[in-house]
Design a protein around this ligand. Structure first.
Ligand SMILES: *Cc1c(COP(=O)(O)O)cnc(C)c1O
Length: 823
């Protein structure tokens, strides 16, 4: 894709202009941050042309638009990715080099926009990249949090959270759009009114309101001139310190409005797979959903007269239950604003909304207390009541006399609003995110719903974008792939990676592949030395577990195994042991105490093991601070082993597993989530699979769990590491520091079964799988072939494939590819 703005001399001139205009400086005087801004504005200039052209084209073609609603968008840095998708990365890198500037260092000046927690938010970001790259009309809809995911510091082994003030230097790529501001109302009461035709009206009174102001971010498609929009909403007071209120002496009301606006978008809740039930969180949900829907309906009405055909031109995908209030809000707009009757409004809503389920974990299911919900959203609550009333009527008609069905499926029950039920009842599609997960939904968690409405249920296995996680994160391997395949087409068609299979038995290809891995490992080793002060050997096995810290993900199993290996080496110094570097990266939710204890344990084990000269550096343990998209990209590139060891049935899909695979790291994992499909693609001989199956786990759970004491009593090695949690080995003699972790493995407490994540139960199988990893790695050729085949077989896991499936099976978007002409 040729763009004259990226001609070297033109681009350099533009950067110098920007430096002058933005900072009143000469190029020689600016800081790296200022230069990053100047370069970003120059790139934005080029993007804006395409952005305008794309929106014009959409106006003309009038395609159906998908609104992807998500509380989280974990975008990662924009500059490098935008350059890659504009196919201008090399050009700009060289232009900057001529100015004596290193693009990679500039990229490090960009704060990582961390408007998400983990997998769910990153999925939304990958989907936006794929939608634009495939040329579909799409909006991402979300919140412009002033503070994104906290920054993690490790102090004395403990996680310390510090605020992520990502907007402190402004954001070059965003565009404030005050002309599209919308009012969003909370609380008050509903007055019923009849007009002179006898028609009923619902009037909200005594409410508080805020002004939702959108900020648009360009989503650049790969090499196709398409630029879509991520629209995230900021909150402002309706009128700054309303003069009116002052006149009436209503100073308090003005201050309250100011505070509501300030609070609502202040911070992202740092919970992952966990529901906390905070009132402000529900405000956030309604705030962005209402604003996004008002804008979407207004956009439709601008060019269409018949509101009843709304669903032909827009569809809403709800990313988990967080935006589910959209169902009732759309009804409200259709009933109260557009004046439709219930039946008409319901028909439209049912054809417009679709729902993605992300988890079966009980603690993650959103259930809002009715008193809170109805107080905050009085009109929306009335509508939910009516949806529920009609749905229950339908259940009773279908299953006469079976009140158990009502109990299981009602939306309002036990004083709660069950958001998943609302989403399923109103949605035209309900999808899981990996085959196993969807099967569990259909046969266990949502069985009653599946029996009543099987046609809604479908699977869409997650994916990741190869543009960011190979091209940008691992340029050496990306170039190698292009050379071997003789084409760059894998960038938009990852299935072509299978063309690499023919090198599976080629010793030259092995060598090249492993040399690239080695270089990436050297890079990561240098980062670790700089940030952790730990020397690691790039010839050791880089065994990596990076993801949110959660008990079900079982970082505890990993570190207990490290403790076990350490015991082995100490006890049998004569034994041949291949050196290993265990790398962790994980944020724990600020209020998740046990998760934080696990972080501390990992760091304590690191302290002991890394400083024990007697083991000759055979084991190193590294905890990488502040795991986020930017460092994730090259951690994947440097990994030998991908740890995906969740308790089977608990990880809906995982996407980290796919990023590792793409970068040539075999999976060490359980048969959980998308691991099942990864193994299917790469072959079980090219992965290390262990542990209970999801059926076995579910079976135990339905029969009261298992007895961890059986394992403890019968397995000496397990007993030893478990005891080391409370004998002071890793706590300077303190026997209480890890007592809670010890108890969690052996004692049933507060309704939680002892070892509810089956860590001890799976320990032996895990240790044996790890032994097989070591044996495989010793055989250099076998390992190279395995690693190469992982890259070669990853084609299915592109988010391009996932998006094509959403487009064809759910959204039915017009298959027209928008071909934008830039004048
Ligand atoms: C991919 C990704 C995740 C999700 O990882 P899982 O292993 O699937 O839980 C979380 N955080 C970041 C920064 C990611 O890039």
């Amino acid at each position: 894709m040729y763009n004259p703005r990226f001609e070297k001399e033109t681009f350099k001139k533009e950067v110098k202009q920007n430096v002058k205009h933005l900072f009143r400086k000469e190029i020689e005087e600016v800081s790296e941050q200022e230069l990053y801004q100047a370069v970003s504005y120059a790139v934005k200039e080029a993007i804006i042309d395409n952005w305008i052209a794309t929106q014009k084209q959409y106006e003309k073609d009038d395609p159906k638009i998908v609104y992807y609603m998500s509380m989280e968008f974990l975008m990662g840095r924009a500059l490098g990715n935008n350059l890659i998708n504009m196919t201008a990365y090399t050009e700009v890198k060289e232009a900057l080099e001529e100015m004596g500037v290193n693009l990679n260092l500039l990229e490090d000046e960009e704060p990582d926009p961390a408007l998400g927690n983990g997998g769910l938010g990153r999925l939304a970001a990958c989907f936006l990249d794929s939608l634009a790259s495939l040329g579909y009309a799409a909006y991402g809809c979300g919140i412009r949090y002033r503070y994104g995911m906290f920054k993690q510091k490790i102090e004395n082994g403990y996680q310390v959270e510090t605020p992520d003030n990502w907007l402190v230097n402004g954001n070059p790529f965003e565009l404030r759009r005050p002309e599209y501001a919308k009012e969003v109302r909370f609380g008050g009461n509903i007055r019923v009114e009849y007009d002179d035709k006898g028609k009923i009206h619902f009037v909200q009174e005594n409410y508080e309101s805020v002004k939702a102001v959108p900020y648009d971010y360009p989503i650049v498609g790969y090499n196709n001139n398409v630029v879509n929009t991520l629209r995230i909403w900021d909150a402002e007071p309706i009128v700054d310190f309303q003069l009116e209120s002052f006149d009436r002496g209503d100073y308090h009301k003005a201050v309250e409005q100011q505070n509501l606006a300030k609070n609502i978008v202040e911070v992202l809740y740092p919970n992952d797979n966990h529901y906390a039930g905070k009132e402000l969180r529900l405000k956030q949900q309604y705030f962005f959903v209402s604003a996004s829907l008002q804008a979407a309906v207004a956009k439709y009405k601008k060019n269409h007269d018949d509101i009843k055909k709304l669903y032909e031109k827009m569809t809403i995908q709800m990313n988990d239950t967080h935006p589910t209030v959209a169902v009732a809000e759309l009804m409200r707009i259709l009933l109260d604003v557009e004046g439709l009757g219930w039946e008409e409004a319901w028909e439209i809503t049912k054809k417009t909304c679709a729902y993605t389920n992300h988890t079966i974990m009980a603690e993650a299911l959103e259930k809002w207390p009715i008193d809170l919900f109805s107080r905050l959203l009085p009109r929306v609550y009335q509508i939910v009541q009516e949806i529920d009333r009609r749905f229950i009527e339908h259940i009773r008609k279908t299953y006469p006399g079976d009140e158990n069905k009502v109990k299981k499926m009602a939306i309002l029950r036990d004083g709660q609003v069950k958001m998943a039920h609302l989403a399923i009842v109103a949605g035209y599609s309900v999808n899981g995110v990996a085959r196993l997960h969807t099967e569990i939904l259909k046969n266990q968690e949502l069985k009653e719903f599946y029996q009543l409405m099987p046609e809604k249920f479908n699977n869409k296995t997650n994916g990741i974008t190869q543009r960011r996680f190979l091209m940008h994160g691992n340029p050496r391997l990306a170039d190698w792939v292009t050379e071997k395949l003789g084409t760059k087409d894998w960038i938009t068609d990852l299935s072509l990676m299978s063309g690499l299979k023919k090198y599976a038995d080629d010793p030259d290809a092995w060598k090249e592949f492993m040399e690239i891995k080695y270089k990436n490992k050297e890079f990561l080793a240098a980062y670790i030395l700089k940030h952790n002060g730990i020397e690691v050997d790039p010839r050791s096995i880089f065994d990596v577990q990076v993801k949110r810290l959660h008990e079900y993900k079982r970082q505890l199993l990993n570190i207990l195994h490290v403790m076990y290996l350490y015991n082995q080496i100490k006890e049998h110094p004569e034994k041949n042991f291949f050196p290993r570097t265990f790398i962790f990266g994980a944020k724990a939710s600020a209020g998740y105490i046990r998760a934080k204890e696990i972080i501390k344990l990992i760091n304590s084990v690191a302290d002991v093991v890394n400083n024990d000269r007697s083991i000759n550096g055979k084991i190193k343990v590294v905890f990488i601070e502040d795991y986020r998209v930017s460092n994730a990209e090259w951690i994947f590139a440097a990994a030998d082993v991908s740890e995906q060891i969740s308790t089977a049935s608990k990880e809906a899909s995982g996407t980290g597993n796919m990023k590792f695979m793409l970068n040539g790291a075999p999976t060490l994992g359980t048969m959980d989530g998308a691991n099942v499909e990864i193994v299917e693609e790469v072959g079980i001989e090219n992965a290390f699979i262990f542990g209970l199956s999801s059926d076995e786990v579910i079976n135990y759970e339905q029969n009261g769990g298992y007895n961890p004491w059986d394992v403890y009593n019968n397995d000496e090695d397990v007993r030893r590491v478990v005891n080391q949690l409370v004998d002071g080995t890793y706590a300077n003699g303190n026997t209480e520091m890890y007592r809670d972790l010890y108890d969690s493995l052996l004692t049933t407490k507060g309704g939680n079964r002892a070892d509810m994540y089956f860590i001890l139960k799976d320990f032996r199988a895990y240790a044996e799988a790890q032994q097989k990893v070591e044996e495989a790695y010793r055989d250099k050729e076998r390992w190279a072939k395995m690693a190469l085949l992982n890259t070669a077989c990853c084609g299915k896991f592109s988010s391009d494939r996932t998006i094509r499936e959403y487009v064809e099976d759910i959204w039915k978007l017009d298959p027209v590819k928008i071909d934008v002409k830039v004048e």
